[in-house]
Design a protein around this ligand. Sequence first.
Ligand code: SAM
Length: 177
Amino acid sequence: MSFAGLPVTPPPGAFLQASAEGEAALVAAVLANIGEPKRVADLFAGLGTFAVPLARKAAVHAVEGDAAALAALNKAAGALRLTTERRDLFENPLTAKELARFDAVVFDPPRAGAAAQTQALAGSKVPRVVAVSCNPATFARDARTLVDGGYVLSRVYPVDQFLWSAHVEVVGVFSRP
Ligand SMILES: C[S@@+](CC[C@H](N)C(=O)[O-])C[C@H]1O[C@@H](n2cnc3c(N)ncnc32)[C@H](O)[C@@H]1O
């Protein structure tokens, strides 16, 4: 695989976005809405689909639960401004204090969503959050948490990337007024 021109060798069973076109649309939506951050956290980062293109414009901290995916990303990262952390973000989300060093956060959880992480984000001061989700139901639940925590949801992109299926991917853009 290649992310923003960086070759990354996926380990067996690693997560990849469903189609090249869908991935391109998601990356474009994230980059168009992330602003001009100096430091970004990419949560549920996988092999670096978003972390690598983001690392071309900011310092990125990629957090992911799968050790093999992170090892592949680390091996490929070279001179990119990229740090990684293996962490279970359901059990042990980044706290508001840990989030304070980031100007922006991207998160892209599995279908279950990111309930614990959005609770922590809701209590943080991170100015910009871009959420990517393959499950509009858990996206809506997590968006409610962010909005109740003071974020404004300014834009939602539906991305029809699951061919021959009624499933839809979404990208949501949240900021603090
Ligand atoms: C939808 S994929 C997104 C991966 C990456 N952002 C991408 O676009 O390729 C969700 C990712 O969350 C990771 N994950 C699942 N449960 C997790 C957990 N409890 N804590 C941290 N990461 C988890 C998976 O290993 C997977 O890489």
